[in-house]
Design a protein around this ligand. Sequence first.
Ligand code: 0RQ
Length: 487
Amino acid sequence: MSAEAAAQLIPNGCTVGMSGFTGAGYPKAVPKALASRIEKLNEVGERFKINIWTGASTAPELDGELAKVDGINMRLPFQSDPICRAKINDGTMDYIDIHLSEVSQYAWSGFLGKMNIALVEVSGILEDGRLIPSSAIGNNKTWLEQADHIILEVNSGQSSGLEGMHDVYYGTALPPNRKPIMITNPTDRIGEKYLQCDLSKVIAVVETNAPDRNSPFSAPDEVSHRIAGHILDFFKREIEIGRLPPELLPIQSGVGNIPNAVLEGLDAGPFRNLTGFTEVIQDGMLKMLKSGTMTAVSSTAFSLSPAAMQELNDNIDFYRERIILRQQDISNHPELIRRLGVIAMNGLIEADIYGNVNSTHIMGSRMMNGIGGSGDFARNGYLSIFVTPSTAKNGTISAIVPMVSHVDHTEHDVKVVVTEYGLADLRGLSPRQRALKIINNCAHPDFRPRLLDYFERACASGRGMHTPHLLGEALSWHQRYEETGKM
Ligand code: 0RQ
């Protein structure tokens, strides 16, 4: 049926589980049609809102369109849409930011309430009704199982060569019935190539032909190159002293220009036979597979530039041999991340002198995107690396602060912090040792003397010498920024 007819089947106030993960595999027609329907209702003074659960971020056609017409009551988990962000921060949209690995468990356990409709993009439907997943699996397995009704968008714009790339695992259970997940190598396949689907629940099938939101990457800048250089030197040293094998350990890399620069650096360096155990495959990993630097990647989604998407589609048989897409409760599973010893590399908004990291909140209160999978990987990884430019907003903000204004990753999870000025390896250091390392290696020289001054005065106060702080001053840098526009 048409997207407009399918959108009519979504009732006011219901909860819809939508596909989509970092701009891949999201439904492209029905959310837009629903937004037009809501806009018309708004014009005659009627309110219409739904709750939306996804895999992770989607695209303007979904989050943007529905947020613009105030059609979202509650949204979870990760998002990165500017209109959505504005609605969350002006208090008109509720947002629940949870670890991506945990979303399906929350849904299965009933913590989130009932899911009424699953709206899922697939790349095809088999004659027996099983579904060929699209460019992201995300939470689709759970949504199809949990929802009362199912709307499918069949996107012929997705490569037919995606068929066979997926591994959907049907062995998950809730405690106390859980069994070990038998993945001991990123390349292990433990599931099925297709999503199962109860056809009696399908109320609409809509055909689309549209690309994912494939945003181009800007070429890595000088800061990204310097950060990548510090990480590559660190890896080489760790190999030399025998703390990492020559082929490293499976890599997780967040999205963005800095992680992409690190991947490019790895590709240009002496590293061979690397693997990836990650949630998003971006351009850098595709290049590493092509060059042979990397042999295989496990993920739940792609997040590619248009050029890289073309490369994937043109050589899909090559990539299908080397890429496995899994549901996100497996791609991000703490058990697997710990067992495989993943090297996690993610961005941050600010870190404090003791190594606590804020990945989500601007000045303590305003949501940027969300924790995404960074917590799944950072807490359970063998190495948890956080990368950031040393300043933000033209040097008015220091990324290293006395105390973070919000904590996503605690000092206990954060192993390494890197800026363009250097790398702080925090492993085996006490809080006061960590403070000196972070200030001296990572802080911007303009802010370094003031950070040292804060630290020294906190130590001189003589109270609470394990993690010295001046409580009246700890958040004064943020306060000053709010008042004057400069930290
Ligand atoms: O805003 O472009 O308007 O200037 O934040 O910052 O430096 O471009 O870095 O794009 O890598 O994003 C933590 C947000 C970093 C991201 C975060 C402003 C800065 C800019 C972006 P402007 P950069 P990135 C994989 C794993 C959590 C989820 C995660 C993120 C904008 O990495 O969302 O890791 N991480 N998931 O100016 C005020 C500061 C600031 C600041 C940066 N201290 N104060 N503004 N900015 N620092 C993916 C998934 O999980 C799905």
